[in-house]
Design a protein around this ligand. Structure first.
Ligand SMILES: *[C@@H]1O[C@H](CO)[C@@H](O)[C@H](O)[C@H]1NC(C)=O
Ligand SMILES: *[C@@H]1O[C@H](CO)[C@@H](O)[C@H](O)[C@H]1NC(C)=O
Ligand SMILES: *[C@@H]1O[C@H](CO)[C@@H](O)[C@H](O)[C@H]1NC(C)=O
Ligand SMILES: *[C@@H]1O[C@H](CO)[C@@H](O)[C@H](O)[C@H]1NC(C)=O
Ligand SMILES: *[C@@H]1O[C@H](CO)[C@@H](O)[C@H](O)[C@H]1NC(C)=O
Ligand SMILES: *[C@@H]1O[C@H](CO)[C@@H](O)[C@H](O)[C@H]1NC(C)=O
Ligand SMILES: *[C@@H]1O[C@H](CO)[C@@H](O)[C@H](O)[C@H]1NC(C)=O
Ligand SMILES: *[C@@H]1O[C@H](CO)[C@@H](O)[C@H](O)[C@H]1NC(C)=O
Length: 577
């Protein structure tokens, strides 16, 4: 009799004798008092509905990976930019044999056939009916709705593990994570008259219209095409927001008349993600991201990654984000730059899940991938402003956005006008999950020392601080569903900054040098390649300008980071480092 068959026999026996697996000692793994504001329970999830559950298995040596990544990304190190192979990352991230055995024993004892495993072996998926999930994890899965999301979420307020899996399983998803994400576009406005695509920024119309020519002029970004084909920038797309080739072509005709208007991008599909091209299928976020990567990273191969949104219970940003990262981890030749213009408040992910996603991003950056994320469009208050609160603007609980707050991501804030000021919506602040990394300790302590006493208790002084950098973020000209319009947000700044990194990588590859990869230690060591932004107050677009918030200042600040890039200086620093 094989081991597996013996276990199955024992399970049948235990069921027949009325014992259940839940009678083993269960240890609460994740729990919360209530769902975040806005989520409403519609009652128990149907018992027979299938839940696709992801379980994160503990990695064997994340501390080792972190030490290695700090070494390869810190200028001056003897192994600077010697990025890791996929197998090297796997050697740190894969679970230990003991963890795998504990999981397999539990799975077969419960009649579960594990499904797909992630490229580094640290995530497994299982499919079970809700009733069984409730028993296995001592949970009570319910259906939750939120006015701003199209479909329901199946979540539980508490989830437990049998004691023999404690320490082997880090995260159970879905469980207590309630993420209400949105693309980081603060506002979209349509307009009729538009300025011609002049070389300089047109500050005469409203607060000015941003075009590729304007960004090239302001930051010294070259318009000459990149030459290397093995350099690629991935624009991530979530929430069924699509990028249109007809809109791109119209955009290029208007705003990059010097390059062929049939220049296009390729599609990467995760979880059957699509990119339909019918009239009206375009979405502002995806069109913005595609138009400002093709429009700025001239000649760099651009890929639009569309993460499939599953029906009903499976519309789930957290899962889509996780699947996107594991997809990229699986690539033998990963892209050199990834741009993420989506996010949500850090606390909604929960510490365990945010940590696991951040760990996955660590593995990706260790392979030489630069990951850029929008710092958020709600100023110092993050996405925490509840419009129904008596006075949301009095909530002095400053929280950052995720994934921008992840230590291994480069968070991009927004500026406005010329000379540049930090935009009032530019998201910034301090993580409550991740500690201040060494690469920014000096820069951030300068800000903290100068901060008035009355900020005490409004944020976590020892947390990872964002943003790292900033770029123009107000009134970007785009074409969306055949309408030329202006959009605003850190969503705009992020693909623009990502494009600068992609252009520098092109030069490095052409010179036979390794790409920039994990950026932050290099960026903080190269602050003279940035224009320091010293004016601005991030009270947000909703609250009066007098509302308490962070102020931009000399040196790093939680609105504009170390400032906005100067292409030539950053390029020179990249070659010198
Ligand atoms: C605010 O109140 C409205 C009306 O009662 C409700 O529909 C909405 O869900 C509430 N929003 C939040 C974020 O609580
Ligand atoms: C790009 O291709 C060149 C030449 O084929 C090679 O030397 C280099 O390592 C490649 N770079 C990357 C980032 O793949
Ligand atoms: C763009 O158009 C030119 C000229 O019509 C053609 O030679 C080229 O192959 C086209 N490029 C793409 C990517 O379709
Ligand atoms: C999505 O859900 C709706 C409503 O339950 C259903 O009519 C539709 O067929 C589903 N679509 C897919 C692709 O499963
Ligand atoms: C502040 O951040 C640190 C590092 O992540 C964390 O350990 C601590 O719990 C946080 N403090 C608060 C009050 O959130
Ligand atoms: C786009 O708009 C222009 C006018 O602004 C019109 O001529 C053209 O037919 C439209 N294209 C599509 C595909 O709707
Ligand atoms: C935020 O800044 C914009 C200019 O970028 C300005 O139009 C708006 O009035 C400001 N909002 C507040 C509440 O200060
Ligand atoms: C602290 O006081 C300064 C100066 O009066 C004010 O600008 C700032 O908004 C205050 N900060 C908080 C968090 O109340």
């Amino acid at each position: 009799m094989s081991f597996r068959a013996l276990l199955a026999f024992l399970v049948i026996l235990s069921v027949a004798s009325g014992l259940s697996v839940a009678s083993e000692r269960m240890v609460v793994q994740h729990s919360r008092q209530s769902a975040p504001a806005g989520f409403v329970s519609q009652g128990a999830a149907p018992a027979t509905e299938t839940l696709n559950i992801r379980l994160a298995l503990a990695s064997n040596n994340l501390a080792g990976l972190q030490q290695k990544l700090v070494s390869v990304s810190t200028p001056g190190s003897s192994e600077f930019r010697q990025w890791l192979s996929k197998d090297e990352v796997t050697s740190y991230v894969q679970p230990s044999a003991e963890t795998v055995a504990a999981f397999n024993t539990w799975a077969s004892a419960n009649g579960i056939l594990p499904g797909a495993t992630s490229p580094h072996g640290d995530w497994v998926s299982i499919s079970v009916p809700v009733s069984k999930a409730n028993t296995l994890f001592a949970a009570k899965f319910e259906v939750f709705t939120h006015p701003d999301i199209k479909s329901n979420l199946v979540r539980t307020l508490s989830v437990s593990l049998p004691s023999e899996l404690v320490g082997h399983v880090d995260v159970i998803h879905p469980s207590t994570d309630f993420v209400h994400t949105s693309p980081r576009v603060a506002s979209i406005q349509t307009h009729k008259g538009r300025p011609p695509p002049t070389k300089s920024c047109d500050t005469s119309v409203g607060s000015g219209r941003i075009t590729p020519a304007c960004l090239q002029d302001l930051y010294g970004i070259p318009s000459t095409p990149a030459t290397q084909r093995n350099n690629s920038l991935v624009v991530t797309g979530f929430s069924n927001i699509f990028a249109e080739t007809a809109d791109l072509s119209s955009f290029l005709k208007q705003f990059r008349p010097d390059i062929p208007s049939n220049t296009t991008f390729s599609l990467l599909s995760v979880d059957n993600g699509e990119n339909p091209q019918g009239a009206g299928d375009g979405g502002g976020e995806a069109n913005l991201d595609i138009q400002y990567t093709l429009g700025i990273a001239t000649g760099v191969p651009i890929q639009f990654l569309s993460a499939g949104v599953h029906n009903a219970t499976f519309e789930d940003f957290v899962q889509d984000a996780l699947d996107t990262i594991t997809f990229l981890q699986g690539a033998e030749d990963p892209p050199t730059v990834v741009s993420i213009s989506y996010g949500s408040r850090e606390e909604d992910f929960g510490q365990a899940f945010a940590t696991k996603i951040c760990d996955a991003l660590q593995g990706l950056t260790a392979r030489g991938v630069s990951v850029l994320a929008a710092s958020g469009d709600e100023g110092a208050r993050g996405a925490t402003v509840n419009p129904n609160a008596t006075d949301p603007c009095l909530q002095n609980n400053f929280l950052p956005e995720f994934p921008a707050a992840c230590t291994w991501v480069t968070a991009v804030g927004a500026t406005v006008g010329i000379p540049e000021k930090a935009a009032n919506f530019s998201g910034g602040g301090f993580s409550v999950f991740f500690p201040t990394p060494d690469y920014q300790k000096t820069a951030v302590s300068g800000f903290l020392h100068a901060l008035p006493q009355n900020f005490s208790g409004t944020f976590n002084k020892t947390g990872r601080a964002i943003p790292d950098v900033a770029m123009q973020g107000v009134n970007y000209e785009i074409v969306n569903n055949n309408v030329t319009m202006a959009v605003t947000g850190t969503s705009a700044s992020t693909p623009a900054f990502a494009s600068i990194i992609a252009l520098i990588n092109d030069r490095l590859i052409a010179a036979g040098k390794p790409v920039l990869g994990f950026l932050n230690p290099f960026l903080y060591a190269s602050q003279s390649a940035f224009t320091d932004i010293t004016v601005g107050h991030n009270s947000g677009l909703v609250c009066p300008a007098s509302t308490p918030a962070f102020d931009a200042t000399t040196g790093w600040d939680p609105l504009s980071g170390v400032g906005t890039p100067l292409f030539d200086k950053l390029l020179a620093a990249a070659f010198k480092a």
